[in-house]
Design a protein around this ligand. Structure first.
Ligand SMILES: Nc1ncnc2c1ncn2[C@@H]1O[C@H](COP(=O)(O)OP(=O)(O)O)[C@@H](O)[C@H]1O
Ligand SMILES: [Mg+2]
Length: 340
């Protein structure tokens, strides 16, 4: 059977428990004081061939570890994985012909070569025939306008341009399955949405199964029909994006610049705002970190101006920003039962 099947998958890392100071370091060397990190802690998934699935969760949730096991880089501690009929870490050589991988932090292209030379090298590496190669370059150009970048050395591309080339490269050998680990990391808003649109379009045109991870809620909302939410190595939600958006799409985080406000004033701001909202739970305050206080709220229940005007009338807030709900907030609300 094709697609992806994951059963009771775990990955445990054994890490040295560090002790403080020089004597601690010496004791670390002498005694092996290990602890186990359960990076992936018993997950089950079935992904149909051709599906585009968003894999989201906060930093440290286990996304990269899962993707490394799926791509055969890491062997599971227990459980089974099957991708397109392969056991990833066992049949490496044949398996890599069937998959494409993008890790957001690093490029798979050759730094000093022009983009087109990198693509030609991949053509040789994968043994792609001329017709298929030309057809794919045509598709990349149509969807992502890559032609204008072909002559540029990879090292001279902007981060966004490089990501587009990396994504195209992952499709170049017509793999059945593609893993993208945080492809939008570090990109600014505009190029992020372009990257998302291109991934979506390539998935549609090429029909490959695509699993894409992100620690940013906004990335997935419009991209995939299905989302898988992971935290602490466990799946918290696996279902339609629509349902997820139906609950979390209404939430916004109001950021207040509270530089120069006394602790007592910040505390009073919180109690007065919560009192007006009739209940603490609906309006959640973050830490006032870096001089910004985050206030997460449901904009259907509490229109922004109703929330903001009384605050501005009573407190010397210097600046405001409105952002989407933060991942940490989503996780908190899911544990409280938000997704039922
Ligand atoms: N090579 C490693 N050795 C030890 N611990 C690791 C290693 N890689 C990841 N971890 C730990 O495993 C957990 C999951 O990490 P990761 O899969 O990178 O999460 P994510 O990609 O969702 O941020 C984290 O607690 C992380 O610190
Ligand atoms: Mg990661």
């Amino acid at each position: 059977m094709n697609g992806i099947q994951i059963r009771d998958l775990t990955k445990h890392y054994r890490v040295l428990k560090r002790r403080e100071g020089l004597s601690g370091s010496i004791r670390d060397l002498l005694s092996h004081n290990y602890k186990t990190v359960k990076a992936v802690d018993g997950i089950n998934l079935t992904i149909e061939p051709g599906e585009l699935v968003g894999f989201i969760g906060p930093n440290g949730a286990g996304k990269s570890t899962t993707i490394k096991m799926l791509s055969g880089v890491l062997e599971p501690s227990s459980g089974t994985i099957e991708v397109d009929g392969f056991v990833p870490y066992k049949q490496r050589r044949r398996y890599v012909q069937r998959i494409g991988i993008v890790f957001g932090q690093r490029t798979q292209l050759w730094w000093d070569l022009a983009v087109i030379e990198s693509f030609k090298l991949l053509k040789e590496v994968y043994g792609i025939d001329d017709a298929a190669y030309e057809r794919n370059l045509g598709i990349f150009n149509e969807i992502a306008e890559l032609k204008e970048l072909y002559g540029t050395p990879v090292r001279n591309l902007s981060l966004g341009q490089r990501m587009l080339c990396d994504i195209a490269a992952s499709f170049i050998h017509d793999p059945s399955t593609i893993f993208l680990d945080e492809p939008t990391i570090g990109l600014d808003v505009e190029i992020r949405s372009k990257v998302r649109a291109i991934i979506k379009e390539l998935n549609r045109v090429k029909g490959a199964t695509v699993l894409l991870s992100s620690h940013d809620v906004g990335d997935i909302e419009t991209l995939a029909k299905r989302i898988i939410l992971i935290d602490k190595g466990k799946i918290l939600y696996d279902g339609p994006t629509e349902k997820f958006n139906g609950i979390f799409g209404r939430y916004r985080t109001l950021k207040l610049d509270v530089h120069g406000l006394a602790e007592a004033d910040i505390a009073r701001l919180k109690t007065e705002t919560a009192a007006r909202a009739h209940g603490e739970k609906e309006i959640v305050f973050g830490e006032a970190s870096g001089g910004w206080l985050g206030v997460s709220f449901d904009q259907d229940k509490h229109p922004l101006l109703d929330l903001l005007n009384p605050i501005l009338a009573s407190f010397p807030v210097k600046d405001i920003k409105v952002e989407e709900i933060e991942m940490e907030e989503v996780i908190k609300r899911v544990y409280e039962g938000a997704l039922g």
